[in-house]
Design a protein around this ligand. Structure first.
Ligand code: F6R
Length: 241
């Protein structure tokens, strides 16, 4: 695991955007796993800047997002699909049929999870996946527990996870769905390269525990310790002291 401490959250976002654009330039048919949440907003902002100044060609790139809310249609304002459209997809020339997303409003959610696993496999697996981390150690919607589902699955969201997504639902906790669909930890760990970003003091304890050396389902991020190519990008506030 490589740990990088950047000058601040903006410098981190800029460095990550440069790295992702370089990966796209080097490999035009890159298969890229993507997160939502508050942390990557600065990164997506830098991506938009770059795509205005010196656009990369995304016409052959394929993307797969980590997770989506159950019961929320892809075009609904609170959906992660809408978030991604706003933050990134509308600003690069990615083909709509190259955007992989879980449909939280699918009538058969088990079949939807199987479809997603197959789609990732059919794309040849992910070359690079970007991740955030929950304060409780969750990755995607893989919440702490006695067991973890290895593959894409339906997950019950922790109260803290729902609270951190309130802004997407008009700041009303009651409107945040109770379940999500998420890639499993095995799906995530099959990506050839992983980059995890964490910024702000509220993430420092989670980062410290992730790096602590013990692997446990009670702290899903700890599973990243088994992956051979993980870079953790931090700002000073999120760095374990
Ligand atoms: C969302 C996701 C989540 C977030 C995590 C941190 O796609 O994968 O695991 O990365 O909840 O969220 P923020 O960045 O809002 O603290």
């Amino acid at each position: 695991m490589t740990i990088e401490i950047h000058e601040d959250a903006t410098a981190l976002a800029r460095a990550l955007a440069a790295r992702v654009c370089e990966a796209v330039d080097d490999r035009p048919n890159l298969v890229l796993g993507l997160p939502t949440g508050r942390t990557p907003l600065a990164f997506y902002e830098q991506m938009r800047r770059r795509s205005q100044e010196r656009p990369s060609d995304w016409s052959a790139v394929r993307t797969f997002n980590l997770d989506e809310f159950v019961g929320v249609a892809p075009g609904a304002p609170g959906s992660y699909r809408s978030y991604m459209q706003r933050e990134l997809f509308a600003h690069v020339n990615v083909r709509p049929d190259h955007i992989g997303f879980l449909n939280g409003a699918a009538s058969d959610l088990d079949a939807e999870c199987e479809r997603y696993e197959r789609a990732i496999a059919d794309a040849g697996g992910m070359d690079l996946i970007l991740l955030g981390i929950g304060g409780n150690g969750h990755i995607g919607f893989n919440e702490p527990g006695r067991t973890l589902a290895a593959r894409t699955h339906r997950a019950r969201l922790e109260p803290s996870t729902r609270a951190s997504n309130r802004a997407l639902f008009g700041d009303s906790l009651d409107r945040v769905p109770v379940d999500g669909l998420s890639m499993g930890m095995a799906t995530i760990l099959q990506a050839r390269r992983v980059v995890l970003i964490a910024t702000g003091a509220t993430k420092a304890a989670a980062v410290r525990r992730m790096l602590g050396g013990s692997i446990t389902t009670e702290f899903p991020a700890s599973f990243l310790l088994v992956h051979p190519d993980v870079t953790v990008m931090l700002d000073p506030a999120a760095s374990p002291r």
